[in-house]
Design a protein around this ligand. Structure first.
Ligand SMILES: Nc1nc2c(ncn2[C@@H]2O[C@H](COP(=O)(O)OP(=O)(O)OP(=O)(O)O)[C@@H](O)[C@H]2O)c(=O)[nH]1
Ligand SMILES: [Mg+2]
Length: 324
């Protein structure tokens, strides 16, 4: 039985209840399913923004400045910071303690750092469920911070309404990002550390890469490039306005609804796929060692073996599941 009181306190905006719920969600406590069922109807109103980019470009610094701007409008802000390099995300917590220290005691700001390993739903799963909890707790803005320019970051960032890709001058970041397929998912580019002598060059490099892509596939939104300084906050107001423009564009063009729908579809599929994978591994580990012995001895081929496991788990699920 889930702690109904806990869900209620979360819905009332209690930060300690929110922290406990996220912890439960993170360790996939058996109550997770019921908690999510209890809060889901209260979600969907927050503005969600994904920040991604290589380590050390200044994502947390920019976020800290943005939070200040949102707080001056009395908006409540939740931050989910995903650090894929560490299973316990000690690095992220330590770094963010420093960068976001101004906001730690603010009752209108909630910060959560998490590692990404071993989560149901992969990198995206834990972060997205934490974000749901934040929305239900009344956050008006939810910011995702993910480090890197890999596929996992693409996943988390695609859960957001607007994706900001932060790059820094002189690091060859744009070429890396292009290779990793991250350029395509960015709605807004942010060249941070604009105090760097090569920042203008970095901006034009990004612009030319974008223009090539645009010529091949013209679309109504050409990602703007904003120059910022995470340490002083210069340009962050413009970044905020640009994010709002993008949001307005999404709404006007009907893309907003599409994005939200596809994000939810992804969430459902990822959850189901991971659940299935877990069941299959479990079954192979406990009940079907004989089946594996036959594979090891080359009596049965691996594809036929996986078909059997798939069918066995599917049959068991059909027996247990009531889709009502
Ligand atoms: N010179 C300069 N330094 C900056 C600027 N923005 C951030 N920094 C510094 O860059 C370092 C990294 O900043 P973070 O905000 O932690 O960067 P991050 O992208 O969040 O880093 P990770 O989360 O570790 O990937 C810090 O020492 C910041 O003070 C800037 O505009 N100019
Ligand atoms: Mg950071």
């Amino acid at each position: 039985m889930p702690d109904n009181n806990l869900v209620q306190r979360l819905l009332d905006g209690d930060k300690r209840a929110l922290a406990r719920v996220i912890s439960k969600i993170e360790r996939e406590d058996p109550e997770t399913t019921e908690i999510v069922a209890g809060i889901y109807q209260k979600t969907g109103d927050a503005m969600t923004i994904g920040f991604t980019g290589p380590p050390g470009v200044g994502k947390s610094s920019i976020i800290a400045k943005l939070v200040k701007l949102y707080r001056s409008e009395d908006k409540r802000v939740g931050i989910v910071s995903v650090d894929p390099s560490s299973p316990f995300s000690k690095g992220a917590i330590l770094g963010d303690r420093i960068r976001l220290s101004d906001h730690f005691l603010d009752p209108g700001v909630f910060i959560r750092s998490m590692g990404s390993r071993g989560h149901l739903g992969g990198l995206a799963g834990g972060a997205r469920r934490a974000a749901l909890a934040m929305e239900a707790a009344g956050m008006d803005v939810v910011l995702y911070e993910t480090v890197g320019v890999g596929q996992g970051e693409v996943e988390v960032a695609s859960a957001a309404d607007t994706v900001v890709l932060a790059l820094q001058p002189g690091a060859g970041d744009s070429v890396q990002a292009l290779k990793a397929g991250v350029m395509e998912i960015a709605d807004v580019f942010c060249i941070n550390k604009s105090d760097h002598p090569r920042s203008k060059a970095a901006a034009s490099e990004v612009r030319s890469i974008l223009e090539i892509g645009y010529e091949l596939d013209p679309h109504p939104w050409f990602p703007p490039i904003v120059m910022t300084r995470g340490d002083t906050g210069e340009g962050v107001e413009e970044l905020k306005e640009t994010i709002e423009k993008h949001r307005a564009h999404l709404k006007q063009s009907g893309q907003f609804e599409k994005r939200r729908r596809s994000a939810l579809r992804d969430l459902v599929v990822t959850w189901a796929a991971d659940r299935l994978q877990r069941e299959m591994r479990h079954r192979l580990g406990s009940e079907d060692t004989e089946l594996m012995e036959r594979v090891y001895s080359r009596e049965l081929d691996p594809i036929s073996a996986s078909e059997r496991i798939f069918k066995a788990v599917g049959d068991a699920a059909t027996r247990d599941t009531d889709f009502g």
